[in-house]
Ligand binder design. Structure first.
Ligand code: R5P
Length: 314
C-alpha cells in the first residue's frame, strides 16, 4: 500500500494532531469551511492519488453538521483517486437508533453506515460502539477498538479499597465484566428503564452487593448525565462508600454538566474521543486514546493485526 496520509475534519483537530504526532507524520492539508448559506466546501490541498488515506472525525456536537462535513470530505477523497479511504470515527452517533423497536421508526445507525459507504469509505475504524452489532450494518471491514484497557489501567493505579464495578444498565454488562476482570473486582448491575423516547431514565434495582464498597460505574457514553446521576444516587443510598464513574464518550449534552457538578460522584473518567472544553465541578479526568488510534492506523496501513491491540497497554 502506498504512503499513508491522515486528515481531519473540523470536529476534533486536537485528536488528529495527537494521532499524527504518535505516527510521526504531518497532518494532511485540506480546506474545510461553510459558505454563508451553510453549504460546506472541502478542498484537499495535496496529492492523494493512490495514497492510503485516513480521515478522522467523531460525530460529536454539532452532530448533523459534523456528519455532513465528513461525508463531503470522503467524497472529495474518492474523487481525488485516493487508493483506500478509512473513515476513522472515534464516536459513532445515532448508535442508539439501531433497531425497529416501535412502529414507524428509522434505523438511523444503519442509514449512516450506508451513506458512509456510498460517500467513499472503504473501511471503518471506530471505538466502543453503543452495540457491537452495528459493525454488521456495514458491508466493508470495521475495526472496533475499546478504551476499556485505558480506563481499567487508570483505576488499577488508584488502588481503590474494596472496589466493585457497576454496569449502568444490562446492555453494558459484558464490558463491565471485562473492566471488573482488569480490576480484579466483583460486578454489580443496575436495572435501568428508559421512559418513552425522551432523555429520561429510572433506576429500578441493583443486582449485586455494593454496601461498604468503592463503586466504579461504567458506560459507553454519558449523554445528559441522567443515567449517571440516578446510578450514583442509588449506589450511595445502598451504602457504597464512594462512587467513581467512567465512560469512553463524554457526549455531555443538555443538563449533564450541572448534574455531574451537583452529584456525589467523586470523579468521572472519560476519553478524548469527543473534545471537552470545560471540567464540570473539577471532577473530570480525560485520558487520551490518540496512541491507541495511532497504533491501529499504523497496523491497518502495514497489514498487521489490530486484534493484538486488545492485549496491549496504552
Ligand atoms: C444507553 O443505553 C447508553 O449506554 C448510555 O447509558 C446513555 O447514552 C446515557 O444517557 P444519559 O446520560 O442521557 O442518561
Amino acid at each position: 500500500m502506498n504512503e499513508m496520509k491522515v486528515f481531519t475534519g473540523t470536529a476534533h483537530p486536537e485528536l488528529a494532531r495527537a494521532v499524527t504526532k504518535y505516527l510521526g507524520i504531518p497532518l494532511g492539508q485540506c480546506e474545510v469551511f461553510d459558505f454563508s448559506n451553510e453549504n460546506t466546501f472541502v478542498r484537499i490541498l495535496e496529492n492523494v492519488r493512490q495514497r492510503d488515506v485516513f480521515v478522522i472525525q467523531p460525530f460529536c456536537s454539532p452532530v448533523n453538521h459534523n456528519i455532513m462535513e465528513f461525508l463531503i470530505m470522503l467524497d472529495a477523497f474518492k474523487r481525488s483517486s485516493a487508493g483506500r479511504i478509512t473513515a476513522v470515527v472515534p464516536y459513532y452517533a445515532y448508535a442508539r437508533t439501531d433497531k425497529k423497536d416501535q412502529p414507524r421508526v428509522p434505523i438511523t445507525a444503519r442509514l449512516l453506515a450506508d451513506v458512509l459507504t456510498v460517500a467513499g469509505a472503504n473501511r471503518i475504524l471506530t471505538m466502543d460502539l453503543h452495540a457491537a452489532q452495528i459493525q454488521g450494518f456495514f458491508n466493508i471491514p470495521v475495526d472496533e477498538l475499546t478504551a476499556l484497557n485505558i480506563l481499567g489501567d487508570y483505576f488499577k493505579k488508584k488502588n481503590l479499597s474494596n472496589p466493585v464495578v457497576v454496569a449502568t444498565d444490562i446492555g453494558i454488562t459484558k464490558r463491565a465484566r471485562d473492566l471488573a476482570a482488569i480490576l480484579d473486582a466483583p460486578l454489580a448491575i443496575m436495572e435501568k428503564r428508559r421512559i418513552g423516547n425522551a432523555d429520561r431514565t429510572e433506576t429500578l434495582n441493583v443486582i449485586g452487593d455494593v454496601a461498604g464498597k468503592t463503586a466504579v460505574t461504567v458506560d459507553d457514553e454519558i449523554d445528559t448525565g441522567g443515567s449517571l446521576t440516578n446510578t450514583v444516587n442509588t449506589l450511595v443510598a445502598r451504602g457504597a462508600s464512594a462512587v467513581y464513574s467512567c465512560c469512553t464518550h463524554p457526549v455531555f449534552s443538555g443538563p449533564c454538566r450541572e448534574r455531574i457538578a451537583g452529584s456525589p460522584v467523586k470523579e468521572v473518567v472519560v476519553t478524548d474521543t469527543i473534545p471537552l472544553k470545560d471540567n464540570p465541578g473539577g471532577k473530570i479526568t480525560v485520558l487520551s486514546i490518540a496512541p491507541l488510534l495511532g497504533e491501529a492506523i499504523h497496523r491497518i496501513h502495514t497489514g498487521k493485526s489490530v486484534g493484538a491491540l486488545f492485549e496491549q497497554q496504552f
